[in-house]
Design a protein around this ligand. Structure first.
Ligand SMILES: *Cc1c(COP(=O)(O)O)cnc(C)c1O
Length: 365
């Protein structure tokens, strides 16, 4: 069986360090707050090349808190790319603003710059730049547009730990960046966890306070916040795993390069295109084909697991009926029937990837 994701395999390779880290937290009973959180916030800030990092409860909260910290006027329009996980848009509505969808490009599936410019109005105040599939958005173009229209940029980096735009790690290129440590992400906890990064100290303090009941010290609450703390146990696990992330990422890139090289002559599939300025960290390796369902079942018969990200573009979800964009002429609205995510990850040997390639070639023969 060639698995899409194999967290058991990963655990076996780091078992000793993980077991010790977990036991230490339980022995010390330091569950909320604690040294591991401080360590993770420092380690992860430095990993992403950001001045500040704030641990939070999950990646969705991270986006919500980031938006709230920006203190935009109520009901501001915030632009969200049409191909993403619903968390990217949900957070906009939850924080009292209006979702405006724009399209994605057909090369790397991140935000289409042309489409983004078309939907900007006087009420637009921010963009959620989703570094989808681990490919950074064109941040140069986004920064230029943001400056011209006075927009904030929130980078949704849930799939992009360690990704780089022109040699710069994502997250703190825009105003603020958000991460998810959901177990299946490139860096995953053993439960829910997330983080926010920024170079802006004031924003960092605001986020930290929002995530911890609006306080700076116990019982001194400056405003109403919420509880969205990252717990010490998850931080301890993440500190162990962060040491392996570069190796794991480089392995993902190696697999992606193998797919790109060996599938390039299959005319029935469209491969993702990595921009020359990008370090893509391949949270997902997504191809496009008109025979998506047939190929998926065929691979499944060959014991090869695949995924679909995402089967229904955001504007077509029932949740967004009210926006009336299900029929919009977006690439994202059309390609959702063609996308297929091939297995990729630190658990896969190149021999396994060769088997996947051979199976795909055999299917289209
Ligand atoms: C996973 C994901 C999120 C949400 O993260 P959670 O930790 O599951 O809340 C947000 N945005 C994108 C693009 C994601 O892939």
């Amino acid at each position: 069986m060639i698995k899409f994701l194999d967290l058991q395999h990963q655990y076996k390779t780091i078992k000793n360090d993980i077991d010790v880290a977990i036991q230490n937290i339980i022995s010390s009973s330091a569950f909320i707050g604690g040294e591991e959180i401080k360590k993770l916030e420092q380690n992860f800030a430095s990993f992403q090349n950001a001045k500040h990092c704030i641990g939070v409860a999950n990646g969705t909260d991270a986006i919500e808190i980031a938006i709230e910290a920006l203190e935009l006027p109520p009901n501001s329009e915030i632009i969200v790319p049409a191909n993403s996980f619903i968390a990217s848009s949900e957070a906009v509505t939850r924080s009292g603003h209006k979702v405006v969808f724009c399209d994605c490009n057909l090369e790397n599936y991140t935000v289409s710059i042309g489409s983004l410019e078309e939907v900007i109005t006087k009420k637009t105040k921010a963009i959620i730049a989703v570094h989808l599939y681990g490919h950074p958005c064109d941040m140069g173009a986004l920064l230029e547009i943001a400056q011209k229209h006075d927009l904030k940029i929130i980078e949704d980096c849930a799939q992009a730990h360690g990704a780089e735009y022109k040699g710069k790690r994502v997250g703190a290129i825009g105003d603020i960046g958000t991460f998810s440590f959901y177990p299946g992400k490139n860096l995953g906890a053993y439960g829910d966890a997330g983080a926010i990064v920024t170079n802006d100290e004031e924003l960092a303090i605001k986020c930290k306070m929002i995530a911890n009941h609006g306080r700076i010290e116990k019982y001194n609450h400056v405003f109403e916040g919420r509880n969205s703390r990252l717990d010490n146990l998850q931080a301890a696990i993440l500190n162990v795993k962060l040491n392996h992330l570069e190796n794991w990422t480089n392995h993902r890139i190696k697999i992606a390069d193998f797919y790109l090289e060996h599938l390039k002559d299959v005319p029935q599939i469209v491969l993702p295109k990595r921009s020359e300025w990008a370090r893509q960290v391949y949270h997902l390796f997504v191809i496009r084909t008109n025979k998506r369902e047939e190929l998926k079942s065929y691979l499944s018969e060959q014991n090869i697991q695949t995924g679909i990200h995402y089967p229904i573009a955001l504007p077509k979800l029932k949740a967004y009926d009210y926006l009336g964009k299900a029929e919009a002429d977006f690439n994202a609205n059309n390609t959702d029937k063609m996308l297929l995510s091939l297995p990729i990850g630190e658990h896969l040997s190149l021999e396994a990837v060769e088997i996947v390639v051979a199976a795909i070639k055999n299917f289209f023969k």
